[in-house]
Design a binder for this molecule. Sequence first.
Ligand SMILES: Nc1ncnc2c1ncn2[C@@H]1O[C@H](COP(=O)(O)OP(=O)(O)OP(=O)(O)O)[C@@H](O)[C@H]1O
Ligand SMILES: O=C(O)c1ccc[n+]([C@@H]2O[C@H](COP(=O)([O-])O)[C@@H](O)[C@H]2O)c1
Length: 226
Amino acid sequence: MRNRFGLDKGHVQQVNVRSGWLQNARGAMRTGFPKARPGMRVGLLGGSFDPAHEGHAHITRQALRRFGLDRVWWLVSPGNPLKAHGPAPMAQRLAAAEAVMHHPRVVITDIESRIGTRHTAATLARLMALYPGVRFVWLMGADNLTGFHRWENWEWILDNVPVGILARPGQGVAAQRSRAAIAYARYRLRAAQARCLPMRHPPAWCFVNMPMVDLSSSDIRARGGW
Ligand SMILES: Nc1ncnc2c1ncn2[C@@H]1O[C@H](COP(=O)(O)OP(=O)(O)OP(=O)(O)O)[C@@H](O)[C@H]1O
Ligand SMILES: O=C(O)c1ccc[n+]([C@@H]2O[C@H](COP(=O)([O-])O)[C@@H](O)[C@H]2O)c1
């Protein structure tokens, strides 16, 4: 099956991380893939962003600072595999995300649609193969830690990628008592060690508390603001 760039999925080999060119068996094609040099610390904030809001922008700025990241990529999801209703069209969500988040070190991308993944474990495996040497950190709000054990191959994610958790209003207790938090308790870094997270060999995860922003996409949708 070919994607919109005319590439067979199985033929994708490697992104030239300096130029953003995607290399496949038939040659190189220009794409909108984000650029990253080996050794860069890149936080990945996956989300439906349906729509993006100041809460996303806030945790992104916090993640850059607290985890010492060079970049954060917003992975605007083709659709959360656990949500029954699909989100608004990708173009609409990308445009809204770009209107909310202006930061020289933040990239907003539909790369999951481009590489044909939707489950996070599959996305991470592909990104690690496409960007060798880049130090990825999976970022998420505390609410997602609570249900993390329902994600496909969730243990693989924790075993292979450092995970940074950002506090979210009303979510701290449930998250810290979650199945994933308990199962991986011994791999948890103290908040004071947060800057070490990208360099740690996984499993490694860190929960950071910070001033919180009480906003959610579902509230915005419920108020008819989308
Ligand atoms: N206000 C917030 N504080 C902390 N984390 C947040 C906040 N809003 C979103 N996140 C995190 O950002 C990521 C993407 O979130 P998402 O796009 O689902 O937004 P949402 O507001 O949670 O949407 P919805 O209400 O539809 O579930 C998730 O990891 C989520 O936990
Ligand atoms: O891989 C999974 O099984 C999985 C299950 C639920 C959510 N996710 C990812 O978690 C991120 C946050 O999703 P959402 O809808 O809460 O914004 C997004 O990148 C989803 O693809 C992934």
